[in-house]
Ligand binder design. Sequence first.
Ligand code: ASP
Ligand code: MG
Length: 419
Amino acid sequence: MAVIVQKYGGTSVGSPERMRAVAERIVAAKEAGHKVIAVVSAMGDVTDDLVRLAAQINPEPPERELDMLLATGEQVSIALLAMAIHSLGHEAISFTGPQVGIVTDHGHTKAKILEVRADRVRDALAEGRVAIVAGFQGVTADGSITTLGRGGSDTTAVAVAAGIDADVCEIYTDVDGVYTADPRVVPDARKIGVISYEEMLELAASGAGVLNLRSVEFARNHGVVIHCRSSFTGAPGTIVEEADNSMEQAIISGVAHDTSEAKVTIRDVPDRPGAAATVFTTMAEANVNVDMIIQNVSEAGATDISFTTPKADLVRARRAADAVVAELGAREWQVDESIAKVSLVGAGMKTHPGVAAQMFRALSDAGVNIDLISTSTIRITCVVEARQVEAAVRALHHSFGLAEGDVSVESVPACGKGE
Ligand code: ASP
Ligand code: MG
């Protein structure tokens, strides 16, 4: 008998028929002798619809009230799912985030979980019921409803799994796992069987949309094993867990791309101590998320500073850039929205020199120009023109032999093999 958390995304519960199919899957797990906790998202596009509705009333709604509104989407799902399970002759009880004690900070619309009490979940399981928990929502210590940021139900599921010490957190979605690249862009992309937290974090941060980044961080910090799989098939998906040295390690695990960011450049920033601090303090105060940062070589006492930021933050970024230019006496700022990022991720990079060289060569052979580059120990990211990003992903996937049946990175010599 295992304790299993099953998370179902909006598409998986998007209609009464699908909701019923989810109920059947939960009941099957229960009849197999497991204790099941289901965490669900709002049905289909309900959250998007609520965001639009709010915008029609007030283009800049107070965030506390936005959370109050958005949390209703998940409350609909949990009640309907409990009803569906009852109609199959099993006991289920639904809980909102506040009811199961998912305590968060006050960061409305992107709150962080501080504690999961989960007593009522444990009680429900002990009584032989299925516990159904609303994803994406929590409550502050003083009783205000919060939400965890878009896609936050994955984090709820992982946090509940950690809170009740579940054996596995199964994340059911509309794709059947994590792929070596987006299968819509690379038709022969391969499903990854097992991947480490570190690699999954880099892939998620680089635009692989399957798992929410914060949920993977939470899983790593609390040692929760994630099984990401399809709610439409019974096939096994991708396991995300601590790297095991006995595991055969691919040098490169995947290619991710992201078209959601824009590049902001501040021109002719005076080259003196504190200038960069001023730029990024101003951005942080304006709640602008900054991703890649590049500072150019300074000429004649001035330098250009570029960074990438989600397009969703651009209104605030432009306003903050005005303030930066005025405060520092920089020349001007520019925004380029037609960029994209392509990233190569793999733990084997640490010990295999030459991966960067092969990446840049593959991009150049495909006629893709590189604008910015940034790296971590297990990732290399290039900013390229948005219109070339799919060609870039295909070129890298091919160059590193990531397709089904291919062997990985033959052209890159392994470090320390003494050949
Ligand atoms: N319903 C929320 C959203 O659409 C949370 C989630 O789906 O995970 O962002
Ligand atoms: Mg959703």
